[in-house]
Design a binder for this molecule. Structure first.
Ligand code: BES
Ligand code: ZN
Length: 630
C-alpha cells in the first residue's frame, strides 16, 4: 500500500519534471509510425541497464583506484553523487558486472545494499538504500581479472616488451565491469579520478591529461563536461607523449611514438576544419592514444583522448579516416549522445557522414569518393546478409546484447541518410542544420524520436518543398535502402574495374596491369570485388606479381587473406596464422574466422590460430569469434 502511493506520487513528479525541461518540450512525443512498429517498446527506455535514473540520477563520480598488475584487479572507492528526481526515492540502483562490492558508506557510515543475481548480458543490479538527505555514497569494490571491459596485457604483448599494459573499453555496456555506476548513455556525469599505478608506468584517462605530469605512479584527472558512462576510459602503460599541434598530441609506447605522430600529423588540421564547419570543439585538448594490437576496435572516441589501434599506422596516411571518425565523435556522440543503444545510429551515422566531409576537406574529393564507394560496397554486403529487422537505423535491441548487433547499418546507412538530406536541401543549409543540432542538444542524450521531432521543427519546416516526412520514416524504421538514395562513384575506381575485368577474362596478364600509381583504396577495390572463387593459378599469379601475401598495409592484407581462405590458397596460410595471432582488432579478424569456419580444413586452421591467440585477445574479440572455432 505504502509502495503504491509512493509510486503514484513519483510518477506525477517525474512527468512534471519532464514537461518542464524546455529542450525536451517538443521532443518527447514519439511519432505515429515509431509507436506503431515498436510493439510495446518504450522508446526512451534503456533496456540495457538496471539503473533507475528516472528516480535517482547520478551526476558526478569521484574515483580513487589502485591498479594491481600482479593480481589483475582494479580496486578502491567510487564515490557517487546523485540527485533525487523523485524526492521520496530511497533506492539507488547501479549497474555492475563481475564486481566484488566490499562495502557501501555514506557520510562515514555503512549503509545496506544488495547485489542481485547476474543476468548474462546485463550483469547484476546493485541496490543501495540511501537515507534521506544523503546525496553521495562511496562504494568500495574491486574488479575481476575477467572484467569484460578491461584488458590486462603482459609485457610480451606490448611493443616494448618490458612493462605490462592495461586499457579499458566501456562502450557499449562494459563500464559496469570496472566501475559500479548507472551504465546508461542517458545518464551523464562529470568525474574526477586519482589512479595509482606502479611508479614506472603512466596512467591516462578520457579527461584532462597533463602531458608534462611527473611520472610517479599517482595521477589525477578531471572531466568537467558531463559525459555518458561509456566514455569513461583508462589506460596504463609505458607511455610517452609527443605533441602534433597546439591542441593535439599522441601518447604511445616510446618505440611507436614517432611513427604515430607522423602518420597522424594532420589531426590538428582536421580539428580546425571540423570546428569551422560544424561548431566549436567543446573538449579543450584532442589527443590520441595508440594501443597495442589487441585493441578490439579501430578506434574509440573517449573524450579528449581517442583510443586508436596501431593497425592503421600504414606509413602513408592511407587509413587515417579512422582519426577523422573518432574526432568527429567529439560532435556527434560525445556532445550529442544516443540516449539508448537503439539510437546508436545517431552517434555512428552522423559521425560517418562527418568523417567523409573531413576527408574531403583535408585530402580532397577524389579520396572522399573512393572511401564513400568502399563504404557503400560494405553496406550493400551487410544488407545482403542481415535479417530485415537488423537493417533499420533505429533497431529493437530488447533482449539482445548490443555487442552482437554490430554492422554497417548505423554507420553507412546512417551516413547515407545524412548525405541524402544534404543533397536535398543543399550543403550550406545542411551544415547550418548540423551546427544548430549540435548546439541545441549539446551535452544531452537524445532518442531517435527526439531527433525526428527536431528535424520536423527545423529542416522539414524550412524545406517542406524538398523533404518528405514519409521518406524519413522509411530511412529510419524500414529495412534496406530507399530507392533513389545517393550513389557513390569514384573515377579512380573505373580503371581498376577495367584492369580486373581484363585480367579475369584473360586479356591481360597481372604483370601487364599498370598499378604503379595505385593507392590503398584502389587496391582494396581491386581485391574486394574479385569473384568469390579464383583458380590456384590466378591466386598464384596475383601473389607473384603483387606480393600480396607480404602486403604491409593491414587492410590490404585483410582483403587478400580473405581471398586466400575462400580459395584455400596455401602459400598465404603462414601469413594468415601470424596475422590472426598478432592482431586482435575484431573487424580485421572476425571475417577471417568466419570464412575459415566454412570448411573442415579451414576450421581446423582457425581453431589452431585461435587457441594460440586467445590469451592475447581482448574479451570482446574472444566472445565475437569463439563461435567460429567450436
Ligand atoms: N564508437 C565506435 C566503437 C564502438 C561502437 C564500440 C559500438 C562499441 C560499440 C568507434 O567510434 C568506431 O566506430 N570505431 C570503428 C571505426 C571505423 C568505423 C572508422 C572501428 O573500430 O572499426
Ligand atoms: Zn564510431
Amino acid at each position: 500500500m505504502e509502495f503504491k502511493i509512493a509510486s503514484v506520487v513519483l510518477l506525477g513528479l517525474s512527468l512534471t519534471a519532464c514537461s518542464q525541461a524546455p529542450e525536451q518540450a517538443n521532443s518527447t512525443e514519439p511519432t505515429a509510425a515509431a509507436t506503431e512498429q515498436n510493439n510495446g517498446m518504450v522508446v526512451s527506455k534503456d533496456y540495457h541497464s538496471f539503473a533507475n535514473p528516472e528516480q535517482i540520477k547520478v551526476n558526478h563520480l569521484d574515483l580513487d583506484l589502485d591498479v594491481d598488475f600482479s593480481q589483475q584487479i582494479i580496486s578502491g572507492d567510487a564515490t557517487i553523487q546523485f540527485t533525487r528526481v523523485e524526492p521520496n526515492a530511497t533506492t539507488l540502483v547501479l549497474d555492475t558486472r563481475d564486481l566484488t562490492i566490499e562495502r557501501v558508506t555514506a557520510m562515514g557510515q555503512d549503509i545496506p545494499f544488495t547485489l542481485a543475481k547476474a543476468d548474462s548480458h546485463l550483469g547484476a543490479a546493485l541496490r543501495i538504500e540511501v537515507p534521506a538527505k544523503v546525496e553521495a555514497v562511496t562504494v568500495t569494490y574491486h574488479t575481476s581479472p575477467q572484467a569484460s571491459g578491461v584488458q590486462w596485457l603482459t609485457p610480451e604483448q606490448t611493443a616494448g616488451k618490458q612493462q605490462p599494459f592495461l586499457f579499458t573499453q566501456a562502450q557499449a555496456i562494459h563500464a559496469r565491469s570496472f566501475i559500479p555506476l548507472q551504465d546508461s548513455p542517458q545518464v551523464r556525469v562529470t568525474y574526477q579520478a586519482t589512479i595509482r599505478t606502479p611508479a614506472e608506468l603512466l596512467a591516462v584517462m578520457s579527461a584532462s591529461n597533463d602531458p608534462a605530469t611527473e611520472r610517479d605512479g599517482e595521477y589525477h584527472f578531471s572531466m568537467p563536461q558531463p559525459i555518458p558512462s561509456y566514455l569513461i576510459a583508462l589506460a596504463v602503460g609505458d607511455l610517452a607523449f609527443k605533441p602534433m599541434g597546439e591542441r593535439t598530441g599522441v601518447y604511445a609506447e616510446p618505440s611507436m611514438l614517432d611513427a604515430a605522430a607522423k602518420e597522424f600529423e594532420d589531426t590538428e588540421a582536421m580539428l580546425n576544419v571540423t570546428e569551422k564547419k560544424f561548431g566549436q570543439y567543446r573538449w579543450d585538448r584532442y589527443d590520441l592514444l595508440i594501443l597495442p594490437p589487441s585493441f578490439p576496435f579501430g578506434g574509440m572516441e573517449n573524450p579528449r583522448l581517442s583510443f586508436i589501434t596501431p593497425t592503421v599506422i600504414a606509413g602513408d596516411k592511407s587509413l587515417v579516416s579512422l582519426i577523422a571518425h573518432e574526432l568527429a565523435h567529439s560532435w556527434s556522440g560525445n556532445t550529442v549522445t544516443n540516449a539508448t543503444w537503439r539510437d546508436l545510429w545517431l552517434n555512428e551515422g552522423f559521425t560517418t557522414y562527418l568523417t567523409y566531409r573531413i576527408m574531403e576537406m583535408i585530402y580532397g574529393p577524389e579520396r572522399e569518393e573512393m572511401e564513400f564507394e568502399l563504404g557503400q560496397q560494405s553496406l550493400e554486403a551487410d544488407i545482403g546478409s542481415l535479417p530485415p529487422a537488423d537493417q533499420m537505423l533505429a533497431i529493437d535491441l530488447r533482449g539482445r546484447d548490443p555487442d552482437d548487433v554490430f554492422s554497417d547499418i548505423p554507420y553507412e546507412k546512417g551516413a547515407l541518410f545524412a548525405r541524402e538530406l544534404e543533397q536535398k536541401v543543399g550543403r550550406d543549409a545542411f551544415d547550418k542544420f548540423l551546427m544548430g543540432y549540435f548546439e541545441h542538444f549539446a551535452f544531452q542524450s537524445i532518442t531517435t524520436d527526439q531527433f525526428i521531432a527536431y528535424l520536423d521543427d527545423t529542416l522539414l519546416k524550412e524545406h517542406a518543398d524538398k523533404l518528405d516526412p514519409k521518406r524519413i520514416q522509411q530511412w529510419i524504421f524500414e529495412p534496406g535502402i530507399p530507392n533513389g538514395a545517393p550513389m557513390a562513384h569514384s573515377d579512380a575506381f573505373t580503371k581498376v574495374d577495367a584492369a580486373r575485368d581484363n585480367w579475369l577474362s584473360g586479356e591481360l596478364k597481372a604483370a601487364q596491369i599498370d598499378t604503379s600509381n595505385w593507392n590503398t583504396h584502389q587496391w582494396l577495390h581491386f581485391l574486394n570485388n574479385m569473384p568469390e572463387t579464383l583458380t590456384q593459378a590466378q591466386m598464384l599469379e596475383l601473389d607473384q606479381v603483387f606480393a600480396l601475401t607480404q602486403a604491409g598495409n593491414n587492410e590490404i592484407a585483410h582483403s587478400w587473406l580473405l581471398m586466400a581462405v575462400n580459395n584455400w590458397y596455401e602459400p598465404a596460410l603462414p601469413r594468415l596464422h601470424e596475422y590472426l595471432v598478432h592482431i586482435g582488432r575484431n573487424k580485421l579478424v572476425k571475417p577471417l574466422y568466419q570464412a575459415l569456419s566454412k570448411t573442415e580444413q579451414g576450421k581446423a586452421f582457425g581453431q589452431k590460430a585461435f587457441a594460440e591467440a586467445k590469451s592475447g585477445y581482448h574479451p570482446l574479440t574472444v566472445k565475437a569469434n569463439e563461435g567460429y572455432v567450436e
